[in-house]
Design a protein around this ligand. Sequence first.
Ligand SMILES: [Zn+2]
Length: 202
Amino acid sequence: MSQIDSPNVIPPFASPLPARVPKSEFVAGRLSLAFCNTVALPDAADRLGDAAALMGWADRAGFKAFAPPAPDVFTGLLEVREILRVIFTALATGRAPDAAALDRLAALAPPLHLSWNDAENRAEPQPQDLDPLGSLRDAIVRDAIALLTGPDVIRIKQCPAEDCRWFFFDTSKNGKRRWCAMSDCGVKAKVNRYRGRHMAAF
Ligand SMILES: [Zn+2]
Protein backbone atom coordinates (compact mmCIF):
# COMPACT_ATOMS: atom_id res chain seq x y z
CA MET A 1 0.00 0.00 0.00
CA SER A 2 1.45 3.37 -0.94
CA GLN A 3 1.48 6.37 1.33
CA ILE A 4 -1.09 7.97 -0.95
CA ASP A 5 -3.61 5.27 -0.06
CA SER A 6 -2.79 5.13 3.60
CA PRO A 7 -5.03 6.69 6.20
CA ASN A 8 -4.33 10.07 7.57
CA VAL A 9 -1.56 10.04 10.14
CA ILE A 10 -0.87 13.26 11.97
CA PRO A 11 2.77 13.63 12.95
CA PRO A 12 3.53 15.25 16.28
CA PHE A 13 5.09 18.42 14.82
CA ALA A 14 2.41 19.23 12.25
CA SER A 15 0.03 22.12 12.68
CA PRO A 16 -3.39 20.86 13.73
CA LEU A 17 -5.65 20.22 10.75
CA PRO A 18 -8.94 22.08 10.49
CA ALA A 19 -11.69 20.15 12.27
CA ARG A 20 -13.73 20.03 9.06
CA VAL A 21 -11.33 17.50 7.49
CA PRO A 22 -12.07 14.06 8.92
CA LYS A 23 -11.29 12.20 5.69
CA SER A 24 -7.84 11.12 4.65
CA GLU A 25 -5.88 14.07 3.33
CA PHE A 26 -4.80 11.80 0.47
CA VAL A 27 -8.32 10.76 -0.49
CA ALA A 28 -7.74 12.43 -3.88
CA GLY A 29 -5.79 9.35 -4.97
CA ARG A 30 -3.18 11.34 -6.93
CA LEU A 31 -0.28 13.25 -5.47
CA SER A 32 -0.85 16.39 -7.54
CA LEU A 33 -4.56 16.54 -6.65
CA ALA A 34 -3.95 15.82 -2.95
CA PHE A 35 -1.37 18.61 -2.94
CA CYS A 36 -4.00 21.06 -4.20
CA ASN A 37 -6.30 20.00 -1.37
CA THR A 38 -3.89 21.41 1.20
CA VAL A 39 -5.88 24.63 0.95
CA ALA A 40 -9.11 23.51 2.52
CA LEU A 41 -12.54 25.03 2.48
CA PRO A 42 -14.67 26.40 4.07
CA ASP A 43 -12.11 28.67 5.69
CA ALA A 44 -9.45 28.24 2.98
CA ALA A 45 -7.03 27.43 5.78
CA ASP A 46 -3.62 26.74 4.32
CA ARG A 47 -2.37 23.50 5.79
CA LEU A 48 1.07 24.28 4.34
CA GLY A 49 1.15 27.59 6.16
CA ASP A 50 4.65 27.19 7.53
CA ALA A 51 7.76 25.09 7.06
CA ALA A 52 6.81 22.58 9.78
CA ALA A 53 3.40 22.00 8.21
CA LEU A 54 4.96 21.50 4.79
CA MET A 55 7.51 19.05 6.20
CA GLY A 56 4.71 17.14 7.93
CA TRP A 57 2.64 16.87 4.76
CA ALA A 58 5.71 15.88 2.70
CA ASP A 59 6.57 13.18 5.23
CA ARG A 60 3.08 11.73 5.08
CA ALA A 61 3.28 11.78 1.28
CA GLY A 62 6.50 9.75 1.47
CA PHE A 63 9.09 12.55 1.16
CA LYS A 64 10.78 12.87 4.50
CA ALA A 65 12.71 16.10 4.88
CA PHE A 66 15.24 16.37 7.69
CA ALA A 67 15.72 20.12 7.46
CA PRO A 68 13.29 22.97 6.89
CA PRO A 69 12.97 24.02 3.25
CA ALA A 70 14.99 26.92 1.87
CA PRO A 71 12.71 29.92 1.25
CA ASP A 72 12.84 29.45 -2.54
CA VAL A 73 11.90 25.75 -2.22
CA PHE A 74 8.98 26.65 0.02
CA THR A 75 7.64 29.39 -2.25
CA GLY A 76 8.34 27.19 -5.29
CA LEU A 77 6.04 24.49 -3.94
CA LEU A 78 3.30 27.00 -3.21
CA GLU A 79 3.68 28.34 -6.75
CA VAL A 80 3.23 24.81 -8.14
CA ARG A 81 0.07 24.46 -6.07
CA GLU A 82 -1.31 27.75 -7.35
CA ILE A 83 -0.67 26.76 -10.99
CA LEU A 84 -2.23 23.33 -10.49
CA ARG A 85 -5.30 24.70 -8.76
CA VAL A 86 -5.94 27.00 -11.75
CA ILE A 87 -5.58 24.07 -14.18
CA PHE A 88 -7.55 21.50 -12.18
CA THR A 89 -10.35 23.93 -11.33
CA ALA A 90 -10.83 24.64 -15.04
CA LEU A 91 -10.89 20.94 -15.93
CA ALA A 92 -13.23 20.00 -13.09
CA THR A 93 -15.69 22.64 -14.26
CA GLY A 94 -15.55 21.60 -17.90
CA ARG A 95 -13.31 24.38 -19.19
CA ALA A 96 -10.01 24.21 -21.05
CA PRO A 97 -7.12 25.11 -18.76
CA ASP A 98 -5.49 28.49 -19.13
CA ALA A 99 -2.62 28.34 -21.67
CA ALA A 100 -0.35 30.47 -19.49
CA ALA A 101 -0.85 28.10 -16.54
CA LEU A 102 0.01 25.11 -18.75
CA ASP A 103 3.16 26.93 -19.92
CA ARG A 104 4.16 27.67 -16.34
CA LEU A 105 3.67 24.01 -15.42
CA ALA A 106 5.65 22.80 -18.44
CA ALA A 107 8.50 25.16 -17.51
CA LEU A 108 8.73 23.42 -14.12
CA ALA A 109 8.93 19.92 -15.59
CA PRO A 110 12.07 18.25 -14.25
CA PRO A 111 14.45 16.49 -16.65
CA LEU A 112 13.58 12.82 -16.81
CA HIS A 113 16.12 10.20 -15.78
CA LEU A 114 14.99 6.59 -15.77
CA SER A 115 16.33 3.49 -14.13
CA TRP A 116 15.10 -0.04 -14.55
CA ASN A 117 13.34 -1.69 -11.62
CA ASP A 118 13.79 -5.45 -11.99
CA ALA A 119 11.33 -6.37 -9.24
CA GLU A 120 8.55 -4.27 -10.76
CA ASN A 121 9.65 -4.98 -14.35
CA ARG A 122 9.32 -1.37 -15.39
CA ALA A 123 11.31 1.81 -15.71
CA GLU A 124 10.89 4.46 -13.10
CA PRO A 125 11.96 8.09 -12.84
CA GLN A 126 14.93 8.77 -10.61
CA PRO A 127 14.85 11.81 -8.36
CA GLN A 128 17.47 14.29 -9.53
CA ASP A 129 17.04 16.64 -6.64
CA LEU A 130 18.76 15.42 -3.50
CA ASP A 131 16.57 17.66 -1.39
CA PRO A 132 13.46 15.63 -0.44
CA LEU A 133 11.24 18.68 -0.85
CA GLY A 134 12.74 19.32 -4.28
CA SER A 135 11.97 15.68 -5.09
CA LEU A 136 8.44 16.22 -3.83
CA ARG A 137 8.00 19.21 -6.14
CA ASP A 138 9.34 17.18 -9.09
CA ALA A 139 7.03 14.26 -8.27
CA ILE A 140 3.99 16.56 -8.04
CA VAL A 141 4.80 18.24 -11.36
CA ARG A 142 5.48 14.89 -13.02
CA ASP A 143 2.22 13.45 -11.69
CA ALA A 144 0.24 16.45 -12.91
CA ILE A 145 1.80 16.28 -16.39
CA ALA A 146 1.11 12.53 -16.62
CA LEU A 147 -2.47 13.21 -15.61
CA LEU A 148 -2.95 16.06 -18.07
CA THR A 149 -1.39 14.27 -21.03
CA GLY A 150 -3.12 10.93 -20.46
CA PRO A 151 -6.60 9.63 -21.20
CA ASP A 152 -7.93 10.21 -17.68
CA VAL A 153 -8.31 13.98 -17.65
CA ILE A 154 -12.08 13.50 -17.42
CA ARG A 155 -11.54 11.70 -14.13
CA ILE A 156 -10.25 14.86 -12.48
CA LYS A 157 -13.18 15.89 -10.32
CA GLN A 158 -13.97 18.42 -7.65
CA CYS A 159 -16.26 17.59 -4.75
CA PRO A 160 -19.52 19.57 -5.10
CA ALA A 161 -19.94 20.08 -1.33
CA GLU A 162 -19.85 23.82 -0.72
CA ASP A 163 -17.70 23.43 2.35
CA CYS A 164 -15.23 21.07 0.68
CA ARG A 165 -14.41 21.43 -3.04
CA TRP A 166 -11.55 18.98 -2.75
CA PHE A 167 -10.14 17.61 -5.96
CA PHE A 168 -10.06 13.87 -6.48
CA PHE A 169 -9.27 11.31 -9.15
CA ASP A 170 -12.38 9.34 -9.99
CA THR A 171 -11.41 5.68 -10.20
CA SER A 172 -14.99 4.41 -10.28
CA LYS A 173 -15.85 2.07 -13.14
CA ASN A 174 -18.52 4.31 -14.63
CA GLY A 175 -16.62 7.54 -13.91
CA LYS A 176 -19.56 8.96 -11.97
CA ARG A 177 -18.15 9.30 -8.49
CA ARG A 178 -19.55 12.50 -7.08
CA TRP A 179 -18.06 13.08 -3.64
CA CYS A 180 -14.44 13.27 -2.52
CA ALA A 181 -15.35 10.72 0.15
CA MET A 182 -18.71 9.01 0.45
CA SER A 183 -18.04 8.58 4.17
CA ASP A 184 -17.61 12.33 4.62
CA CYS A 185 -19.26 14.71 2.13
CA GLY A 186 -21.48 11.97 0.71
CA VAL A 187 -22.95 11.16 4.11
CA LYS A 188 -23.35 14.84 5.01
CA ALA A 189 -25.30 15.45 1.79
CA LYS A 190 -27.54 12.46 2.58
CA VAL A 191 -28.20 13.74 6.09
CA ASN A 192 -28.96 17.22 4.79
CA ARG A 193 -31.39 15.82 2.21
CA TYR A 194 -33.08 13.75 4.91
CA ARG A 195 -33.34 16.76 7.22
CA GLY A 196 -34.70 18.86 4.36
CA ARG A 197 -37.48 16.34 3.75
CA HIS A 198 -38.13 15.96 7.45
CA MET A 199 -38.42 19.73 7.97
CA ALA A 200 -40.65 20.07 4.90
CA ALA A 201 -43.12 17.67 6.53
CA PHE A 202 -43.87 20.20 9.29
ZN1 LIG B 1 -15.88 16.65 -0.31
